[in-house]
Write a protein that binds this ligand. Structure first.
Ligand SMILES: Cc1cc2nc3c(=O)[nH]c(=O)nc-3n(C[C@H](O)[C@H](O)[C@H](O)COP(=O)(O)OP(=O)(O)OC[C@H]3O[C@@H](n4cnc5c(N)ncnc54)[C@H](O)[C@@H]3O)c2cc1C
Length: 447
């Protein structure tokens, strides 16, 4: 009997388990799936209960399996949901689909699976197996471990005095639903970050009739771009073959986005890069990746990870009504004394803004040596994982073998999804995760 333990029951862990169930056939396999939040298939993104929180990928492309990308839309139709395949569906419905897909696979598989409503807190690894310790005291003996721990709460803002963080009106984790129930409708809200998590916060506050002003800041004050579907652009990926400088890639992409202005759309140019993004990243020297992370990633992120038109329309209306203000600048200081007082600077000028509530939407912490999790701290201390060279995730091979204690890529400990960001760059969305989950399941079964 091969034993496989998956830690994390968000999209990555659930899809890995579902693929194992579907592909195991008659092989004698036992799966332990450990999820501390007791909601399989939900995780951070799909655990929201709010209808205002939409998928940022159209329904027709959100299928759970790489050979069935239309599967989510077919499931919507079969389950009486009235959305077409271009629709941006509430994320909570996608969570229900992942759970249903998992349960359907479990019902027909010849594999034993145990769900643990528990938290992994430690792990030991020897030459051929591993032991995973759970908070309850249970110890799982296993042949393979999949670290599918996904997104961690953002780091605190980088200011000298962080005493403000003790305030009950500071929300370090923007994905915690308590945020919405504890606000007064007239509270002035200051959001650090202007990306997709800030969009979630603003859109939900709008939906709940929030009246207080919302201000959001990032270094350049850039909002994610909006989706415009239905455009195509001829493939140009051969022009990028062998590219080893990020500026050369940038120039080629720029040339095509300008050309696309005539009879297409720059979004189609960016979307054309999707199948080759990981390869381009893998081929770049480390210094080029660093340059990209520092100088270009913010532009890539807003162009590549776009918001649905519905969300964009709400944001623009909120801006026009003066209910949402997007600021550009660097944070200098945050004080709390009944209210927050936030100092930021732009072009050498300092500004101070006050607010009742502070929400941290900086983005998931990716530096594993700083992550606030007992499990991660133990893994780092025992050298079962270490940061990749860019502090974007953990060091691992492109197929997910974790670089472990013996200074080699492990056959026992594997990962996928967000933890592979330094290795693959684009690895956090379902279209990438579903492929990784399928390939990982095949490897675990074949090994
Ligand atoms: C707000 C938000 C919205 C997004 N929207 C989209 C979208 O519309 N479309 C899209 O394709 N992608 C979206 N993404 C990207 C998203 O990261 C992935 O699609 C996917 O949800 C990631 O799943 P995951 O399982 O890797 O991580 P997570 O969702 O973070 O799940 C990890 C799970 O592991 C559990 N866990 C962690 N540590 C332990 C432990 N020690 N013991 C037990 N359990 C543990 C956590 O409780 C969690 O449930 C979004 C991301 C965010 C943050």
């Amino acid at each position: 009997m091969k034993r496989i333990t998956i830690i994390g029951g968000g999209a990555s862990g659930t899809l890995t388990a579902t693929n194992l169930l579907k592909l195991a056939g008659e092989r004698p396999v036992h799966i332990d799936l450990v999820e501390k939040r007791s909601r399989i298939g939900r995780g951070v993104a799909f655990g929201t209960t709010r209808d205002a929180h939409l998928l940022n990928v159209p329904a027709g492309r959100m299928g759970a399996f790489p050979d069935d990308v239309g599967g989510f839309h077919a499931w919507l139709v079969a389950n009486g949901h009235d959305f077409d395949d271009h629709a941006f569906v509430p994320r909570r419905i996608f969570g229900a689909y992942l759970r249903d897909t998992f349960e359907t696979a479990a019902a027909s598989a010849n594999v034993s699976i145990e769900l643990h409503d528990d938290e992994a807190v430690d792990m030991s690894v020897d030459d051929s197996s591993a032991q995973v310790m759970l908070r309850s005291g249970e110890v799982l003996q296993t042949d393979k471990v999949v670290l599918a721990f996904g997104n961690f709460a953002p780091p605190d803002p980088n200011v000298k005095d962080t005493s403000f963080a003790a305030s009950p009106r500071y929300f370090k984790d923007p994905w915690n639903d308590d945020l919405y129930s504890s606000l007064n409708p007239d509270d002035e809200v200051f959001v650090i970050g202007t990306g997709l998590s800030m969009v979630d916060v603003a859109i939900q506050l709008n939906a709940s009739g929030h009246r207080g002003k919302i201000s959001a800041i990032s270094t350049r004050g850039l909002l994610p771009e909006v989706h415009e579907l239905g455009h195509s652009y001829p493939a140009f990926n051969d022009e990028l073959d062998g590219a080893s400088r990020i500026t050369d890639i940038f120039k080629t992409v720029r040339k095509h986005t300008i050309k696309a202005e005539q009879d297409s759309n720059w979004r189609a140019v960016i979307d054309n890069l999707r199948p080759v993004t990981q390869k381009l990243w893998l081929d770049l020297p480390l210094a080029e990746k660093r340059y990209f992370k520092q100088h270009l990633s913010r532009y890539w992120n807003i162009a590549r990870h776009r918001v649905p038109p519905e969300a964009n329309a709400i944001l623009r209306k909120m801006q026009a009504d003066g209910r949402l203000e997007i600021l550009a600048g660097r944070l200098r200081d945050i004080k709390y004394d009944d209210r927050f007082s936030v100092t930021y600077s732009n072009n050498g000028v300092e500004y101070v803004q006050s607010a009742d509530v502070l929400v941290n939407c900086i983005g998931s912490e990716t530096n594993f040596s700083r992550i606030d999790s007992e499990f991660v701290r133990n893994l780092v201390a025992r050298r079962h994982i270490r940061n990749d060279e860019l502090d974007l995730g953990i060091m691992a091979s492109p197929d997910g073998r974790v670089f472990g204690k013996n200074d080699e890529y492990s056959d026992i400990v594997w990962t996928l999804g967000t933890a592979l960001k330094g290795t693959l760059w684009e690895t956090t969305a379902i279209p990438e995760i579903r492929t990784q989950a399928r390939e990982l399941a095949l490897k675990l079964l074949a090994d």
